[in-house]
Design a protein around this ligand. Sequence first.
Ligand code: NAP
Length: 247
Amino acid sequence: MKTILITGCSSGFGLEIARTFLDRHDWTVVATMRTPRGEVLPTSDRLRVLPLDVTNPESIRHAIEAAGPINVLVNNAGIGFLNALEGTSMDTVRDVFETNTFGTMAMTQAVLPQFRARRSGVIVNVSSSVTLLPLHLLSIYTASKAAVNAFSEVLALELEQFDVRVRVVLPGRAPATAFGDNARSRMHAGFPEPYAKMVQTVFANFQQEGPITHASDVTEAVWRAATDPSCPMRLAAGADAVALMAA
Ligand SMILES: NC(=O)c1ccc[n+]([C@@H]2O[C@H](COP(=O)([O-])OP(=O)(O)OC[C@H]3O[C@@H](n4cnc5c(N)ncnc54)[C@H](OP(=O)(O)O)[C@@H]3O)[C@@H](O)[C@H]2O)c1
């Protein structure tokens, strides 16, 4: 029986990844949430729900201790943000990087001693397809995820000698998760007036029909990253992300 620890399981992709690994019976799942709500997942003796805020070193230490040995870490917790750089405070820039980038690095650092000692383990980092094509008003979010891509690729080289694998999953736009609403709650300062037309165009483009990503696309990519040693370093998840990667 293998154990997977997933960050950010209260909603969206993290919740679906936890459900998927619970459904596939040879896995124990450590589903972590900032505010644990066990009721969102089915009851199972292969499930543990632990509190974890990836921006808090004490919280990381407690969660890793409580989890015991794990085989796969999925760094899924993340926050979104959209605005022109001129409308973005440096506090917001730091918040986005604290969760998306530094949280991923800190969690990875916390599991590496046991992975290295056991000469086995997989780190799956959930990035974004926005790193494949520059999009208006997403400079900070894109930078936070592009850093995750670069970090993962170098780390993969560093850990090869210990038989520890690192993979990156790049989901496309998934309007069905709470991600957009969560991001909007961070955008109360409004957009700078000179960017008003651009903002209008960006939001109009969001309304257009086109391929999108479903949580199931992400869970399948994470499943492959976790279980198939021959899978590529970067895995696009969702029809839009797959098309972008092929372009
Ligand atoms: N949806 C998309 O369009 C999309 C596209 C590409 C990539 N992604 C990436 O996919 C990942 C999951 O996003 P999602 O769509 O599932 O959005 P979501 O429903 O908003 O889920 C994000 C999860 O991250 C958690 N989280 C936020 N800050 C955290 C922290 N400091 N410590 C621990 N957990 C924290 C949230 O917990 P709380 O409930 O406590 O806030 C929530 O469980 C993110 O990394 C996101 O950047 C999303």
